[in-house]
Design a protein around this ligand. Sequence first.
Ligand code: UD1
Ligand code: CA
Length: 468
Amino acid sequence: MASRTCLAIVLAAGEGTRMRSSLPKVLHAIGGRTLLAHVLDAATRAGGADIAVVVGPDATAVANEARSRAPQANIFEQSERLGTAHAVLSARAALAQGADDILVMFADTPLIRSETLASLRAALAGGAGVAVLGFTPADPNGYGRLVMHGDELVAIVEEKDASDDERKITFCNGGLMALSGRHALAMLERIGNANAKGEFYLTDAVAIARDMGLTAKAIETSEDDVRGINTKAQLAEAEAVLQKRLRDAAMEAGVTLVAPETVFLSADTRLGKDVTIEPNVVFGPGVTVDDGAVIRSFSHLEGAHVGKGARVGPYARLRPGADLGTDVHIGNFVEVKAATIEDGAKANHLAYIGDARVGAGANIGAGTITCNYDGVAKHRTDIGAGAFIGSNSLLVAPVKIGDGSYIGSGSVITQDVPPESLAIARGEQMVKEGWAKRLRQVRSLGKSLGKGLGKGPGKDAASKPKSS
Ligand code: UD1
Ligand code: CA
């Protein structure tokens, strides 16, 4: 089968009005990736080297997403929404290239697995003219019904056109299908629109194929595989299915998820062996965690790399460009953005490290802030290996702290510090010996004077304003 060529045609011309959103339906995301991108990825993995995406009029954003996800994709516009077969024929120029297998996919059906697509292609390789995905939904309402004769698929009847008997069929059309490339154009061109909706139904390809002496097959799959998304509620259901798949795959690969149902992964999250994820952790797109690292509860990671054996959280935030080396510790209420934290460095509490490098083994005290933004531009902070940044220090970028240097707690550092030095930049301490004792004496003198005037200290305290 590897030698058979394949064209995947992805239909994305739907309007998606039921999402009640200004964002086109197929640009909504699950697992941190758009619905369209999921479908394009599945097509690519199933061997769809050639991809055609059919978009509606004025769908620049959809076309751009398709191009960025699958640069080889050709975009076709369906100017009028006249049905699924009409949509496929909008990609006529791609069809005419004569691929062996044509996969027709729906951009709003993102959970389709590449294995399922491969089984459709295998049916074509086995001689079928058309192969469709069949499933038995909990509620068959609204789906096309598969009319079977033993092993053979005879026809697909859309619900609106079905007889009472046909409506009782519970084996339904999942929507996506595969067509033999050699016959696809001929089949599609014979499809008419004499039906209840007046649309050109792709599903008619089955009866037409049989009429042309070809066979049609139904490949059974799960409802999840062909789950289409029309509403925000269905988007959330699909997210749940995807999350379950991602968590299961992570655990299968050796990741410990203490409470899997509370961990949210992205489709591209990469977790190494013996990584432990505590409850309530969120992975946005673009995160890689190397072997043996621990991500503690309530941490949020996005566009970040966590090195081997590193510890993150609880309550840590890693933003895009956070790159943690081996055995780095990032503790509670620490935010890291666009910063490289080299091997063994630690920032254990309450810090912001942005646009920075923290050298190997450096220690960042609680309350340290890299002041990276001057209101106009961002600037870098460079902290050398083995440096020790005292608590509550402000490092006003651009600034460089040399290897092995110390910064006194509470400093506001505005100038570079050479290696192996101590920098202190804070008000000098003043001590007035005996001052407190004298204060108390003055106060007690005042109180006893007040008593002499007949005012009790208790009543006095209650009636006085708080500022006393
Ligand atoms: C389709 C199937 C039905 C199946 C169901 C599974 C047909 C005729 N019917 O019905 O048998 O049970 O899917 O979910 O195929 N689209 C376009 N241009 C068009 C029309 C549709 O791009 O002119 C796209 C839509 O954006 C969508 C997909 O094709 O992604 C399916 O169209 P839709 O109208 O949702 O078909 P269903 O009525 O759900
Ligand atoms: Ca649909």
